[in-house]
Design a binder for this molecule. Structure first.
Ligand code: TTP
Ligand code: MG
Length: 404
């Protein structure tokens, strides 16, 4: 049961790749994302830019205000993806399983290949050296007994860092007096809830475990376990050939030529997919669309995306795919997610830089459901719990088709 896990995370990844390929950028504040004057955000920036207070996800206007002398560039995802593949080639030499979290970040299971912590340290330092020698890039690496501890360790001495957390006790020792946000699964919203309940540090969580569970349910349970250093999650490799996916599809009783109707049904399918993903606490980092036309010809389209956090994300991406297909009578429509991960959104797509969405997906979903309700004279809210059932979904879609 004892595991040895490495977490690797590249330093200022996009910015480092650009600097490597254009040495005139070296030592300068480099901001990758939108350009000043565009709507959008910072994807990442060099450590020189971080000194001005610029950081990932910051509005580009704010970044420009803090650092007008910075160099601003759009991201080149193709290039980063290619580098990511090269990174995997190095990482996979030393692990029995690797789990990708982002283009620049992965957990490696080295339990069997390293055998001991000394062995794991050697592997970690070799990975750092090879990454620098072969790819000209620096990374931070953590070695630990669990995934959470490994991730924590890799962040401990960033950039170009190395850190070990050998066991639960070492983890608890390190974290006990830190703010709850030091537990990397605690985001701003969760932290607010904890602070409001007077729980500010990891020690507070540890000493108020029942209260935290009462407050946050399943997530609270996980945090209470983490406050004791307990995290038994395994490294789950992502292999394209056995990639898990979640999808729902629906065959119309009569072929449908109205795109708007098809899209409306896609929203229901996205809701079904999201519901199942939630049950397993999975996020899709890819969206698929399946269409069977009236002549039985099938097509599928797919796209890697920012992790889908809700039905609206899935729906929006599926609609984008749909809009790129031919317009012909449709017999079957399917929506799905793949590239499933337990970790939420991190990687932004180009769209996010060019057009940062303002209203929350939750509100958009509600307004979409209101729109559907008015259009088809259906009370979607009253039936949402049933819509996930095959029969209800089918009946609802048929009702929509007939009352369109
Ligand atoms: P990170 O590993 O979070 O950031 P980083 O590698 O740029 O810097 P650090 O040294 O702190 O690890 O993310 C990896 C890449 O993912 C990053 O280069 C750009 C992209 N990214 C986004 O597009 N949006 C985001 O909000 C974040 C956090 C990252
Ligand atoms: Mg990184």
């Amino acid at each position: 049961m004892n595991q040895i896990i490495i977490h690797v995370d590249m330093d200022a990844f996009y910015a480092s790749v650009e600097t490597r390929d254009n040495p005139s950028l070296r030592g300068k504040p480099l901001i990758i994302g939108s350009l000043p004057g565009e709507r959008g955000v910072v994807a990442t920036c060099s450590y020189e830019a971080r000194k001005f207070g610029v950081h990932s996800a910051m509005n580009i206007k704010e970044a420009y205000r803090l650092c007008p002398q910075g160099i601003y560039m759009h991201p080149n995802f193709e290039k980063y993806k290619a580098v990511s593949n090269q990174l995997h080639n190095i990482w996979d030499d030393y692990s029995t399983a690797s789990e990708t979290i982002a283009l620049d970040e992965a957990y490696l299971d080295v339990t069997k290949t390293a055998r001991t912590f000394d062995g794991a340290r050697k592997i970690a330092l070799t990975i750092k050296k090879r990454t620098l020698d072969e790819l000209g890039l620096s990374c931070s690496v953590g070695v630990a007994y669990s995934k959470t501890a490994a991730k924590t360790a890799s962040e401990e001495n960033k950039p170009n860092g190395y850190f070990e957390i050998e066991n639960k006790e070492a983890f608890v020792n390190l974290m006990i007096d830190r703010d709850v946000r030091a537990l990397y699964t605690v985001g701003a919203k969760t932290a607010e809830k904890l602070y409001a309940a007077g729980i500010n540090t990891v020690r507070d969580i540890q000493q108020n475990r029942e209260k935290v569970i009462g407050l946050l349910g399943k997530q609270g349970y996980r945090l209470s376990q983490l406050s004791l250093g307990i995290d038994n999650r395994r490294v789950v490799p992502y292999l394209p050939q056995n990639a898990k996916s979640i999808s729902r599809e629906l065959t119309f009783q009569e072929d449908v030529s109205d795109d708007e109707l098809v899209k409306d049904v896609m929203l229901l399918l996205a809701l079904c997919v999201q519901r199942r993903a939630e049950r397993y606490e999975l996020y899709g980092k890819g969206v698929t669309l399946k269409i069977t036309y009236s002549d039985m010809k099938n097509i599928t389209r797919s796209k890697l995306v920012l992790a889908c956090e809700n039905a609206m994300d899935i729906y929006r991406e599926a609609v984008k795919l749909f809009d790129q297909t031919q317009k012909r009578p449709i017999r079957l429509i399917g929506v799905g997610i793949y590239n499933l991960s337990h970790e939420g959104a991190r990687q932004l797509s180009l769209d996010d830089f060019l057009d940062s969405p303002q209203s929350s997906s939750e509100e958009e979903l509600n307004s979409e459901l209101n729109r559907l309700g008015n259009k088809y004279h259906l009370d979607f809210y009253g039936h949402l719990d049933d819509i996930y059932k095959h029969e209800t979904l089918h009946k609802t879609a048929e009702y929509m088709r007939k009352h369109n």
